[in-house]
Design a protein around this ligand. Sequence first.
Ligand SMILES: [Zn+2]
Length: 260
Amino acid sequence: MTEQRDQPEPLQPLQPLQPMPTDWQRALAVVAHPDDLEYGCAAAVADWTDGGREVVYLLATRGEAGIDTLAPADCAPLREAEQRASAAVVGVSEVEFLDYRDGVVEYGLGLRRDIAAAIRRHRPELVVTLNHRDTWGGAQGGGFWNTPDHKAVGRAVLDAAGDAGNRWIFPELLTEQGLEPWNGVRWVAVAGSSTPTHAADAGPGLERSIASLLEHKAYIEVLTDQDPAEYVRTFLTGNAQQAAARFGGRPAVPFEVFPR
Ligand SMILES: [Zn+2]
């Protein structure tokens, strides 16, 4: 009896990732910080906008607490400019900021309401966010602890996809801002999840995702002693190759997709 209990659970073989849905026109990507989407899924975004789809970025903060040597008041405009430049590289011209304070974003009704308002304004079929779980990696134990902002924003995005469609949850969005309910979100796709279900081809957009992340110059320069271009290429190519093992050998951007 006891021998059996002492045995670790057998590891489940990893399932192949399903192709991302393609029958949609508008996506809204909502994350905590500048660079979250560039690290997470810009190759997929490049491919989507190339295919004529519209993608809008919404950032909860300006990432002003991200550079130790730069005070937040100086850092915020710099990181905002870098974010707009990196979005443009992958065909995204609309970038909005909610102006939450970087590092201390809390999950709550205010955050859900602000994200629901953005979903009603942009009326996306696909909503994208970043890993909302406690850890990075470690689907079968271990992993790195996630940051409070990523967890708060990711969870609020998953909830706001439903809030946006219900006229009674935040009625003031209609009465004060004239935003009609939008119940058209069909999927929320979480990038950077340790339990992905789907993937987008990274091949066509990979080079542009590298150029996109490189636009975060000030941030990357303090992050690594490596040559920025080499660091970014190694990181993004490595991630795409890792996902390829579950996507027919094709470099891929994995997502955990929650259908609605
Ligand atoms: Zn982040």
